[in-house]
Design a protein around this ligand. Structure first.
Ligand SMILES: Cc1cc2nc3c(=O)[nH]c(=O)nc-3n(C[C@H](O)[C@H](O)[C@H](O)COP(=O)(O)OP(=O)(O)OC[C@H]3O[C@@H](n4cnc5c(N)ncnc54)[C@H](O)[C@@H]3O)c2cc1C
Length: 421
């Protein structure tokens, strides 16, 4: 059976890879000239299995109010006259209810654990190189109140089969010696030794190359303008190339992996996907003094900033902004990340050489990705991965391919679409 995957970010390329391995004939279409040039380009680099809790949690509404009006706020709401933005925000607030947060966290944790296993298997099978490190993730807490919650977090993670431990300030420095200079401000940490980090862009490009060698056909510089459908089925995908030439791509089945743009393309089909873009920033800096830079991936839980070593570069990412599809670089928001980097690891880098980037997380209100069959008989979804698209990529794609092949996906408590009955 021929399957056309729409989108060549980390989600689309992993989907194409697992489809091809399962024996499907596969094509991929993307408007960019190469894979992973949009949100999968410069994310935080974390395979963060130890962070399944969504942003929609009971503390979020109060935090958002606390940060209101601050240009450097970790979470910023810029209201637009866009009903989709307001509907998403209301749905987000509903997902902050404690029982919904617990349910969403459990579902994400199961998929994340499975995804970590699939990533390790894929790496062993392909030997892909993407500046990956298996040094774990150290979550840093800067207030005693936040650190006091760590034992409960460790116990909760254990119920999902995720290994983590509470660390004193000295233990944090023993795990990541580059923290020594500024450890005085630390209250403590949570260390998840089985987490990883790596460059999602390099991973996706390398996997796309392997997929092409395995027979997957990539249609790059191909913009999808409309999905032609009738009688509850897709008939074809209307596209145009960089020169404006129109065409139609057809297949027996289609998988939607268009990130933040997924919602816009299927709305005319009567499919209302609860996905809204949540903008984030990253800065990537070449390292001048390797000894002063961390090699363990870090999450600053107080400021919502993550940091990963990618070879001889350091990637620092964070902030969330509801601002429509705008990807302009806001220097005030990047400066908050650069200030963090200079304060934590003085002398490790020269921030004047920083590469600034903004991307749109394809976020659902509860951070639960949409994976499974749509209401159209030959359209499938693998989209809406929000803050964890790199972490969940291999698990989401392999589960979707199981479902498309007629098998149950091996993550029993995840709400796959089309399985609701
Ligand atoms: C600042 C930041 C930090 C992050 N850090 C992490 C992290 O540390 N760990 C983690 O797990 N996740 C992280 N994420 C989230 C992760 O990067 C995303 O969830 C993931 O990249 C989404 O991948 P995707 O393939 O679904 O979307 P995308 O990468 O956006 O891919 C969608 C593709 O669809 C194509 N497309 C869209 N519209 C059309 C059209 N009309 N026609 C043709 N092609 C089209 C685009 O060109 C694109 O290639 C972060 C995100 C941000 C913004």
């Amino acid at each position: 059976m021929h399957v056309l995957v729409l989108g060549a970010g980390v989600t689309g390329v992993t989907t194409a890879w697992y489809l091809a391995r399962a024996g499907f004939e596969v094509s991929v279409a993307d408007r960019q000239p190469e894979a992973a040039l949009e949100t999968s380009y410069a994310n935080g680099g974390q395979i963060s299995i130890s962070h399944p809790e969504p942003w929609a949690n009971p503390a979020a509404p109060l935090n958002a109010l606390r940060w209101l009006g601050r240009e450097d706020a970790p979470l910023l709401f810029r209201p637009h006259a866009d009903p989709a933005q307001w509907a998403w925000t209301l749905a987000f607030l509903r997902e902050c209810l404690p029982h919904r947060t617990r349910r969403n966290t459990a579902a994400i944790a199961s998929l994340a654990v499975h995804s970590g296993e699939r990533l390790r298997t894929l790496r062993a099978e392909t030997g892909l190189a993407y500046d990956h490190l298996e040094h774990g993730i150290l979550h840093l807490f800067f207030t005693p109140q936040e650190f006091a919650r760590v034992p409960n977090k460790v116990a909760e993670l254990a119920t999902y089969g995720i290994q983590a431990r509470s660390c004193s300030r000295d233990e944090c420095v023993a795990i990541e010696p580059a923290l020594a200079g500024t450890a005085g401000e630390l209250a403590g940490g949570l260390y998840a030794p089985n987490d990883e980090s790596g460059d999602a862009f390099r991973f996706t490009q390398a996997l796309a190359e392997r997929a092409a060698q395995a027979g997957v056909r990539f249609h790059y510089s191909t913009t999808i303008s409309r999905i032609d459908h009738s009688g509850g089925r897709i008939n074809g995908i209307e596209v145009h190339d960089a020169e404006g030439r129109n065409g139609t791509l057809t297949a027996a089945a289609y998988v939607l992996c268009l990130g933040s743009y997924s919602r816009l393309l299927v709305a005319p089909l009567g499919e209302h996907l609860p996905i809204y873009p949540v903008k984030g920033y990253s800065v990537t800096v070449p390292l001048h003094d390797l000894a002063r830079a961390p090699s363990v991936s870090l999450t600053d839980e107080s400021r919502r900033i993550v940091c990963s070593r990618l070879g001889d570069r350091l990637r620092v990412a964070g902030t969330a902004e509801l601002n429509g599809y705008n990807t302009d670089i806001n220097l005030a928001r990047c400066q908050a990340i650069l200030d963090w980097l200079e304060a934590r690891f003085p002398g490790a880098t020269d921030t004047a050489e920083a590469h600034l980037w903004a991307g749109l997380r394809p976020a659902t209100p509860g951070n639960i990705p949409l994976i499974g069959r749509s209401r159209l008989s030959n359209l499938w979804y693998n989209t809406g991965h929000g803050t964890l698209g790199w972490t969940l990529a291999c698990g989401s794609a392999s589960c979707l391919v199981d479902l498309m092949s007629g098998y149950p996906a091996p993550v029993p408590n995840f709400p796959f679409l089309g399985n609701e009955a």
